[in-house]
Structures are given as C-alpha cells and as structure tokens.
Design a protein around this ligand. Structure first.
Ligand SMILES: Cc1ncc(COP(=O)(O)O)c(C=O)c1O
Length: 193
C-alpha cells in the first residue's frame, strides 16, 4: 500500500490498521524509531508491550523466545526496526520472524533505512508487513511511503473496527485492487520541462 506521507505515516498506517482491539503488539525498542512505534501506539490507544533494550544493543532472539513462551496469549504482533538508523544496529529479522511464527505472532518490520539496500527475503521469512519509504536506499523523492503486506494477514484485518481513515491498510488495498490507483490525491513530481 502506498501513502503520500513520509515514512512515519506508513508505520502509523500499519500499526493503527492491523492490531486487533483485544490484542497487544510487542515493540522492540533499541533506538529512536522503536520508540516512535511506541508513541504511535500511545496516540491511538493501541495496547503495546515495550521491550526496551539499551540503545546500540541488538535484539536477542533467545530473550524473545523466552518472553513469548511465558503466558503472552494477548500478543498478536511483534513490531521492530530492521536497521535502527539512530544506533546503527541491524537485527536478524528472519530469525526473529521464525521465532514469532512458532507462537502464531505476526511480524511488522520498519525497514526504512534497509529496504533496497540490504536483501530482505520477505517470501521466505515470516514477516507479514514490511514498511519503507522512497527517499532512503531507493534514493527517490521524499513524501512517498509504503507497506508491503502478505495478503492473508491483511485480509484478516478487514473485521477490525477501524481506528483510522486515510491510513487504513485494508481499505487502501481494496481501493487499489479495484481502481489501480491511490485512494486519495497522490503526491506528484514537480515538472521541470
Ligand atoms: C528506521 C526509520 N524508521 C522511521 C523513520 C521515519 O521516517 P520519516 O522521517 O520519513 O517519517 C526513519 C527516518 O529516518 C528511519 O530511519
């Protein structure tokens, strides 16, 4: 799904569209952009469990597994940053997604500063939502962001009573599929010729 917004908009679109009202998202925070996910959830009243790690430290897969093994039935999603731009930390999202999938937990990745720079095998991993924008490794214009979604989990979100409108992932998907264009006015490149 494409949005005429900076990258934060796509992170906001994803978090506010996919977490069911009776579930929580486990947010890995090891830098400014993990923290931003927590702020987005606070703004929308989305239940979140914060896994705060010292800045500059990677996410420890064993710790996640131990955490999920405890009675964490209400966690439906893990959200984390692939390359935490502020701390320069790269996390092993494939390994983490595989652990999450053992517990039936879906995975949301902010890959803003890694997508198109570092290979990410979405098909072969258990990542459900991958978020990025045009102006980092793609080196395109600012103001265009997107969420790559696996279809099945996205379809499931259609029954979540929406907390958003412009940003709703499922509604954007329906519109895009039917009309093959963005639901609202797209950003445009200023013409120089
Ligand atoms: C990992 C990460 N997430 C989110 C953002 C926020 O993107 P934007 O400033 O385009 O809203 C950035 C921006 O640098 C980032 O590096």
């Amino acid at each position: 799904m494409l949005y005429a917004s900076s990258g934060t908009g796509a992170v906001e679109a994803c978090l506010s569209s996919v977490v069911p009202h009776d579930k929580s998202v486990l947010i890995m925070n090891n830098g400014a952009y993990g923290k931003r996910m927590q702020q987005i959830c606070d703004s929308y009243g989305i239940s979140h469990i914060d896994y705060n790690i010292d800045w500059g430290e990677p996410v420890d897969c064993n710790m996640i597994e131990t955490f999920l093994k405890q009675d964490k039935q209400d966690i439906s999603h893990i959200a984390m940053v692939h390359h935490e731009t502020t701390a320069g930390i790269m996390d092993d999202i494939t390994a983490i997604s595989r652990i999450a999938s053992k517990f039936g937990v879906e995975v949301i990745i902010d890959a803003m500063s890694s997508f198109a720079g570092i290979p990410i095998d979405i098909k072969d991993s258990d990542i459900h939502y991958l978020i990025a924008s045009a102006n980092k490794c793609i080196q395109g214009m600012a103001g265009l962001s997107f969420v790559i979604c696996k279809k099945k989990p996205l379809e499931k979100t259609k029954d979540i009573k929406s907390r958003n409108f412009y940003f709703n992932l499922y509604q954007n998907h329906v519109f895009f599929t039917k009309k093959h264009e963005m639901q609202f006015t797209p950003q445009s490149r200023s013409s120089t010729h």
